[in-house]
Design a protein around this ligand. Structure first.
Ligand SMILES: Nc1nc2c(ncn2[C@@H]2O[C@H](COP(=O)(O)OP(=O)(O)OP(=O)(O)O)[C@@H](O)[C@H]2O)c(=O)[nH]1
Ligand SMILES: [Mg+2]
Length: 459
């Protein structure tokens, strides 16, 4: 690592959320961070204190006034989050006080940090791999316990370990190919063709297994988009309200009450569901309602699971029968639950000859617990992973893994069709490059910008 990269211009930002609280933390990092803070800190000389020690003192502005009483924690490079000299100033957690402390630090020739700049420096200084840096953002944005678990796995470097293993296997394979290249003048066949093939097939399988976790990983990280669909008055809004425990959506006995889609976040058993209530499906002359029905259909297309509610107090008509059949037909693409509602006032549903996954009463809560379980099972298609499983949660990682795998498969194909070693080597090098972008051995400025701009300021 070069001197220039490890010791950057000092930056500062408020690291805690803006608002009133007991304490707020201002983080300052960079080459002369300790010196800059010490210039506006009255207390012990921070330049002389040991690393990882905390000191009481006062922040004094240029006019000589006390801005706040604070605690300054000093971390010396390279043993800090960023790998640079860092001071964390804990001040009183008022919005104005915190801002004033930050501004005082900035007057010492420190510049405000960009979003994610501390973590970016940690990455550039080799404290974190790129996938670990991304996990920091995932952890901060996590909206469910399962998402926290998945981010922790990645932050601990589990994904990086797998990628390193794949890279080593491919490097070994490349070495075998290159050995053959050296002898190619003499027209030697691959002495170890079977061994090489075995190795490549193994990598292909292992990348495949990791890729298989993405579908679950995505749902765990982003939440399960669950769309309630059905005829007007079936009780979709009532069900949404029952699940989230508040009167989120308006409920009336007038058919066509919900005009627009309504979203609500709801967690169950550590998993986040993004519930979407829709306008009841029907032909309508009403322009607003018709637009609502269009939006229902659009919501359906983006759904991870669909819950179709059928009102059990009314007889089914042929249109609704067709509608249900068409949803069932697409169930292999979008998991689907057919739920009968208003079990408390059910009318002869046996005669309908319809197989319901479950019958509930959204109004009085009957069978709601069973519905919750079923929603989770259907969403994860019974592939529940425990907290220690590594899940691929990012589409960026998924794309790179997929491309790496395609290159490995191309190499296997090249080997099988007797192509020369130099062609194989091209595929293997391309696979290595793709894997390198996940952990950050290979990066571009655009890639780093797009990753770190997702961070909050101060992280
Ligand atoms: N008896 C009974 N009534 C219910 C039940 N669930 C909902 N209702 C009633 O059915 C009526 C319609 O409920 P909503 O939740 O507004 O129905 P919706 O499907 O959202 O209707 P739209 O928004 O018009 O598409 C209301 O009067 C509810 O109180 C239930 O389980 N049992
Ligand atoms: Mg409604």
């Amino acid at each position: 690592m070069t001197e220039e990269v490890t010791q950057e211009h000092p930056i500062a930002a408020i690291a805690t959320p803006v608002g009133e609280g007991g304490i707020a933390v201002i983080r300052v990092s960079g080459k002369s961070a300790i010196e800059k803070v010490s210039q506006c800190f009255k207390g012990k000389n921070l330049l002389e204190v040991d690393s990882h020690t905390v000191h009481f003192g006062k922040i004094i502005n240029k006019k000589g006034n006390v801005v706040d009483e604070v605690l300054a924690t000093v971390f010396r490079a390279p043993k800090s989050y960023t790998g640079e000299d860092t001071v964390e100033i804990s001040c009183h957690g008022g919005v104005l006080v915190t801002q004033a402390v930050l501004e005082t630090v900035l007057t010492q020739g420190v510049r405000p940090a960009e979003p994610g700049e501390f973590t970016q420096r940690a990455f550039l200084n080799g404290k974190l791999e790129l996938s670990q840096a991304e996990a920091v953002a995932d952890l901060i944005h996590a909206k469910s316990i399962k998402a926290v678990d998945a981010a922790h796995q990645q932050l601990e470097g589990q994904l990086g370990k797998h990628i390193k293993k794949f890279r080593q296997q491919i490097i070994d394979a490349t070495a075998m190919v290159e050995l053959e290249l050296d002898f190619s003048e003499e027209d030697v066949e691959f002495a170890n063709k079977d061994q090489l093939r075995e190795l490549l097939v193994e990598v292909d399988d292992e990348i495949g297994s990791l890729l298989d976790t993405y579908e679950t990983g995505r749902l765990v990280k982003d939440g399960v988009k669950t769309v309630f669909i059905g005829r007007p008055n079936a009780g979709k809004s009532t069900l949404l309200n029952t699940l989230v425990g508040t009167e989120r959506a308006i409920v009336t006995d007038i058919a066509g009450t919900t005009r627009d889609t309504i979203d609500a976040d709801w967690s169950y058993d550590g998993l986040l569901f993004k519930l979407i209530d829709t306008a009841g499906l029907r032909e309508t002359e009403d322009v607003i309602e018709a637009e609502g029905v269009k939006r229902s259909q659009k919501a359906f297309e983006q759904a991870d699971i669909v819950v179709y509610l059928k009102d059990l107090s009314r007889p089914i008509d042929s249109d609704e029968r067709e509608e249900i059949a068409s949803f069932q037909k697409r169930a292999s693409k979008t998991p689907f639950l057919l739920v009968g509602n208003k079990l408390d006032v059910e009318q002869n549903s046996q005669e309908e000859r319809i197989h319901y996954d479950l019958k509930i009463s959204a109004l009085d809560g009957e069978n709601i617990e069973r519905l919750k379980k079923m929603m989770k099972q259907r969403a994860l298609e019974n592939k529940d992973y425990d907290t220690s499983s590594l899940l691929v949660t990012s589409s960026r990682h998924r794309d790179s893994l997929q491309k790496a795998r395609e290159n490995v498969q191309r190499a296997i194909h090249a080997l099988d069709s007797g192509m020369t070693g130099d062609l194989l080597a091209i595929d293997l090098r391309a696979a290595l490059k793709e894997l390198g972008t996940i952990t950050g051995e290979i990066t571009t400025e655009d890639l780093l910008d797009s990753i770190f701009s997702r961070f909050c300021i101060g992280k």
